[in-house]
Design a protein around this ligand. Sequence first.
Ligand SMILES: *Cc1c(COP(=O)(O)O)cnc(C)c1O
Length: 391
Amino acid sequence: MQPPDLGIETTLVHGDRTDATGSAVTPPIYQTSTFVFGDADAMAAAAQTPTFERFYTRYGNPNHGAVERILAAIEGGEAAMVSASGMGAISSTVVALTAAGAHVVAQRMIYDGARALVSRILSRFGVEVTFVDQHDTQAFAAAMRPNTRLVMLESPSNPLLGITDIAAVSRIAHDAGALVSIDSTIATPVNQCPLDLGVDVVLHSATKYLGGHSDLIAGAVVASRELIARIWDTHHILGSTLGPFEAWLLLRGLRTLEMRVERHNHNALAVARAMEAHPRVTRVYYPGLESHPGHAVAKAQMRGFGGLVSIEIDGTFDDARSVIDRLRLFHSAASLGGVESLVAQPAAMWPNSSTSADARAMGIIPSLLRLSIGIERAEDLIADLTQALGG
Ligand SMILES: *Cc1c(COP(=O)(O)O)cnc(C)c1O
């Protein structure tokens, strides 16, 4: 184990090491469902331990443990747990921390799957939810009830990069006796450490920046040892287990997380500034811009502003669609956080697309484009956008 004051860059490279690593510089892939015990006593003892890396892979695996040690260290948490997807992490967490009769307060602007989990699935099991505007800190206070168990945040949120005042909302939730979770996928631990701001549980879709290469689906939870034990207890029963090979790929991606995120931050700010100056772009959403309504809060709680930029085109749904079709470097694809730049039209991905009143009420206008800015040269991306916009 290394001293706790190492930089994030160093922890990403060395933070998974244990005394048992052996001689391979790159850890082996434990592509096994189960592990051999020397005798019956050793097996019985292992079965009594709440978390283990060498019992049965649905319970844990050395490749999980490597990723979990790094994630706990860089988020500043005591423990971490990986899962087969971001939604696996969110589902295990929310199911573990609620029960029939419980109330959840969640941001209205939150990942679709998380919203559906509480409003469509957990509602069938007697969990109630109140959705609030993430920018209105007092709305969180007003929504709290005696049975509120969990407050679910996402900051920056997708696709309009809304910023929640994480410390203020955490205080409100704790005063009311509730726990706070945050989906910190878009920020990454390079840009934001929510545990330091009072949050109890940090959630990630590791499919995005943590993996970083658009080649795996994974999720992660970081929290106190006690909370991870509670969430794991539900998780290993629900069964969204990360495969050992995906965990190994995720570790490989994590090695370069800091460098990649620095480049994403740099490129996205350059693209956001260029788009702000473009005559065919009527609005740019990027928390690093002074014009963004959440900029002051973002500056106080983030070290960098991430790689997502959303822009409103002066035109219709179809005009925005033809901008996508003229782009050469940006791939038209769902997801975000990979090395390559991607573009998506949120109104087309929302149920009932461009006519949805809900989407419009949340600010998702038909000509909105969400850009996941990759690690290419910023000038190349700006040139591609400029030609596609017809400027
Ligand atoms: C992609 C994403 C998720 C879901 O993650 P999966 O790995 O696809 O299950 C959750 N939250 C945010 C913010 C995401 O971008």
